[in-house]
Ligand binder design. Sequence first.
Ligand SMILES: [Cu+2]
Length: 325
Amino acid sequence: MSKSFSRSVRHTGLISALIMAPCLAINAGVVSAETIQAQLGIAPNVPPPITRTQPATVVVNLEANEWVGPLSDNNNYEFWGFNKNVPGPMIRVMVGDTVEIRLKNHKDSKEAHNIDFHAITGPGGGASLLNSEPGQESGGKFKMIIPGIFLYHCATASPSIPEHIANGMYGTIVVEPVGGLPKVDKEFYVVQSEFYTKDGEKGETLEFSFENGLDERPSHVVYNGNASSLVKNPLRAKAGNTVRIFLTNAGPNFVDSLQILEQPFDRVYSEGSLTSPPAENVKVTKVPAGGAVMAELKVKAGTYTIVDPVKDRKDKGALGLLKVD
Ligand SMILES: [Cu+2]
């Protein structure tokens, strides 16, 4: 166990396809990989691409929070999330890195929280190591062995895993393949998700509805945790830029359809795979619940409309803008 962990750490451990020794120096004479602090991207911002050529130990500090904040122009909501933002930060690492996750659950939380990383090979995606009661901290070290774009989410069973997800406890981790991703001009981080609220008047703070969740009847389908996040604050690029969107579908129920009304995507890396060749010239791509996509297009001047065109989802918030100067 790392000495840098605080005394309140309850669990620590290491999961990969091969269980690693708790020290990175495998043999005498081999120097440990450098330890660096992760640069976290707060949506729609993306952490910078990996320029390292050697794996590192990347420390990621996350905090579980419960707070009241705006879900739409009309209503607040009782969010649960990571680092007091929905979605939680985007984490960017590379194959071969050891990711050291430290999850603190804020002392004012009412619930226990943890994290299941879809990037992690092993039982529960590390969730059992990261269980944190209010006011406590947990940690684990995980070796990244599979490249791709992956969801991470809280997987605490009480009151139910879907409730933790539906309240906002998710984010994205990108594990770059060796050699990195092709360079582009602009990158954006977007998470689509559903919220299931009880009815409420304008101005009221809305509460989670377990029944509407069971019935798969969301009141809101949104990008980046708010029904007007990408309309009030459009994504911005310049004419001639190649734009890359990392879009994760946190669900918890719907399969998303991702479309830009004005132009097909030049390339779509489906289902979060960064090692399969991209599909080219795609107008609408689907993103399963718990899945992700990397979609790229070269843009001209104008305003582009990002939308999930299914039924009335755009009226529930699944609408965004990309403005190109
Ligand atoms: Cu949780």
